[in-house]
Design a protein around this ligand. Structure first.
Ligand code: ADP
Ligand code: GLC
Length: 496
């Protein structure tokens, strides 16, 4: 099959969260299965032009009665040309200075959500069709990811499905329903859509336009990144107002769990950690713990349990219940439990400030505010527990990384967390982590307390769980097979 992934993020070029990991890893897995997979994304400011190849001649994108003259750059996805019989996976970048020549993917420190995002991502989505013509390559599947590329299935359904695009089907994957791309209605013309389609295509949202909603209405098939989240988004509690539409299309919704890119996340050959290890050489994990304690300015002591967290500091991740001033449970946990607590994160300002404040008061807390890929690997390898009390979690990657690194997850039972972690059985020592149901400071405190109890009193259970987690298989191969099936379903819909 010929598959074009349209995305606003792809690892290792640009990443703000798990979307980047998931899109690239899925593309690579499908490429390994023999499909002709390609990726297209914007050439942001931070992606250096001199690392890419410029395709000759500008790419002209018509939107309304205006023509935007953009350029196309190209490269090959790292790691996809290793085998001699393989042609690498092409990655295309749409370069257009007024849209992408600035710091930030969706926003910046001073403007958290760029006002002209409808224009920016309309350049991407309209550009996709011109790109195909330019390279004379027409996919069977256009696979869009989240709101920023959700316009692609809409354009395809209403205007573009003709001539060379007549057999193209669309799949839209929801990585996070909490972000929908809602903007003032004045921006509608820049999408390239006509007012006659405004309601039909699903843009209307309380007199605004909603990109994701239009995608949910228009894509041939919808997927999301775990089976549990596929159910949750059909309920009012998790549906972010989209649940009626999703329920209405429930026979077109598939939940496929993300995998882990084991070329990047694998304790046996991760070059960002101090000592590599496997189930058989688990003792070596201790060297990572010592290095992590040192790096974070904590007492180097293998007997004290280290609880780590790596996160965007945003409400989705339970940060109010953890760090909310006078409300969150972290202060009490650090005072009451003999443990060390390590946080790597960036995001909402109140939360960054509060973390600095807590860090100055608590000798057993280590905080790094910012984005640091290397440190994130060391935290996965060096921690004993990994905390992820998300309010909602479409899939979640860190709990899977944690399981693979012998670091026991403490998670809320929701979305992909519920699909990947098994609750500790204190009688048998079975399970792979600790789970809480309700998101309150008290329940986080109690569940972390439970894990600390097990650490000090049931070391044999801790060891058994670590081994059980490390033996789990989260390879992308299995998920890629499920996407193949979904693509076939999407193709049949267009043929019908
Ligand atoms: P989400 O996409 O909702 O943020 P995921 O668990 O799917 O959640 O993926 C988050 C990814 O981003 C992980 O690979 C995690 O390691 C990474 N990450 C998040 N915050 C940071 C940070 N401050 N520094 C380094 N990596 C981070
Ligand atoms: C989103 C979700 C996260 C998921 C990731 C990749 O950012 O919040 O749960 O793992 O996308 O699909």
């Amino acid at each position: 099959m010929k598959i074009l992934m349209i995305t606003s993020e792809a690892f290792p070029f640009v990443k703000t969260g798990g979307l980047a990991d998931a899109v690239s890893a899925l593309a690579i897995a499908l490429h390994k299965c023999g499909h002709d997979v390609r990726i297209v994304l914007p050439r942001y400011y931070t992606i250096r032009r001199d690392s890419l190849e410029l395709l000759n001649a500008p790419l002209k994108i018509n939107i309304g009665n205006k023509v935007y003259s953009t350029s196309i750059y190209k490269t090959t996805m790292p790691g996809t040309t290793n085998r001699t019989d393989k042609i690498g996976l092409p990655v295309y970048f749409i370069d257009y200075e007024p849209a992408f020549g600035r710091d930030g993917v969706y926003g910046s420190k001073t403007e958290s959500d760029f006002r002209d995002n409808p224009f920016r991502f309309s350049i991407l989505c309209n550009g996709v069709f011109e790109l195909c013509k330019k390279i004379n390559w027409y996919p069977d599947i256009m696979h869009a990811h989240d709101w920023a590329s959700a316009l692609v299935p809409v354009l395809l359904k209403f205007y573009k499905r003709k001539e060379q695009f007549s057999q193209v089907s669309s799949v839209l994957t929801i990585h996070n329903l909490g972000y929908q791309g809602v903007y003032s209605k004045e921006n509608y013309p820049i999408t390239g859509m006509k007012w006659t389609e405004f309601y039909k295509a699903g843009f209307e949202d309380w007199d605004n336009i909603n990109f994701l909603k239009a995608g949910l209405v228009s894509a041939d098939v919808l997927t999301t990144v775990s089976p549990t989240y596929a159910q949750e988004i059909q309920t009012a509690a998790y549906g972010f107002r989209m649940d009626p539409i999703i329920r209405n299309r429930k026979s077109d919704v598939y939940g496929i769990l993300n995998g882990v890119n084991i070329d990047v996340w694998n304790p046996m050959n991760d070059n960002k950690i101090t000592a590599n290890y496997s189930v058989k050489t688990m003792d070596k994990k201790a060297e990572n713990k010592a290095e992590l304690q040192k790096r974070m300015g904590l007492k180097i002591d293998s007997t004290i349990p280290v609880v780590g967290i790596i996160t965007r500091l945003t409400d989705q991740k339970g940060v109010s219940e953890l760090f909310g001033p006078t409300y969150g449970c972290v202060y009490n946990m650090c005072v009451d439990f003999k443990m060390q607590f390590i946080v790597l994160g960036s995001g909402e300002k109140w939360c960054e400030d509060e973390l600095r404040n807590l860090n100055s008061k608590l000798p057993n807390m280590g905080v790094y505010i910012g984005y640091d890929d290397e440190l994130s690997h060391l935290i996965e390898a060096g921690s004993d527990f990994y905390l992820m009390p998300s309010k909602y979690e479409p899939c979640g990657l860190n709990q899977m990384y944690s399981l693979m690194y012998g670091t026991l997850p403490i998670v809320r039972r929701t979305g992909g967390l519920a699909d990947t972690v098994e609750q500790y059985n204190e009688k048998t020592g079975e399970g792979t982590g600790f789970m809480l149901n309700d998101l309150t400071p008290r329940s986080i405190y109690d569940t972390v307390g439970w894990a600390m109890y097990a650490w000090y009193n049931k070391p044999e259970h801790i060891k058994k769980m670590k081994i059980a987690g490390m033996k789990k298989n989260f390879s992308w191969e299995m998920s890629a097979k499920k996407y193949e099936d979904v693509y076939k379903i999407a193709q049949n819909k267009v043929k019908e």
